[in-house]
Write a protein that binds this ligand. Sequence first.
Ligand SMILES: [Zn+2]
Length: 228
Amino acid sequence: MRVPAILLYKESEIFRVRKIDFRIEVISYMDPLRLNDATLMQHAILLGKNALSNGEFPVGCVIVAGSEIIAEGARASSTRDNLNEVDHAEIIALKNAYEHVGGWPAKVGPLTCYVTLEPCLMCLGALLINGVRRIVFGYEDVMGGAGRVDFSSNISWRNYKDCKDYIVDTKEERGLFTQQYIYDGSQIVITGGFLRQSCLRLFKDFFKDNKSSYLKGTLLEAYTLNCV
Ligand SMILES: [Zn+2]
């Protein structure tokens, strides 16, 4: 009998041990090559649930290289008494990825990120610059999500090197523009709405909880509580 992936996680707790080769651990239950998007997103959802049970905003994130989860993270510091906007799940996962890989995480190959909520601008930038080329998220962040920002017209990153006002006269500085722009040729794939109902339920539960304070009274709360 095939064991559902989510039960497998609960029973073996394989992802609590970071350096384990999980392909060996699961081989008696399922073909590791069939670990798929749903399985990996379910793990992010589990991390979001854990965050929720700790009173935190329920964002869970896993970073994957090939078929291996190399790092995970959950939102921290989103409570009334301890609030900052740096400890987002994706940032924590990236820091864990550095620890696991022993350096820049992208050196182990193109990375995929699974996250319960659409990444914000900070996290999207951090994911991209650290080698994540595919992002799969569950619930849309209508207030702070960056997945649909039109960078080509909004921020003009791609046109920066062509900006005439910025051209300077020294040979050294002109030389900067002969270097490859780090985003040239990058293909970023962002998929939203994956296992959305499971993710949405986490955020509904968070906003319904009277003990929650983070983002209460905002567009995201109103949208979430009215969302189906
Ligand atoms: Zn973020």
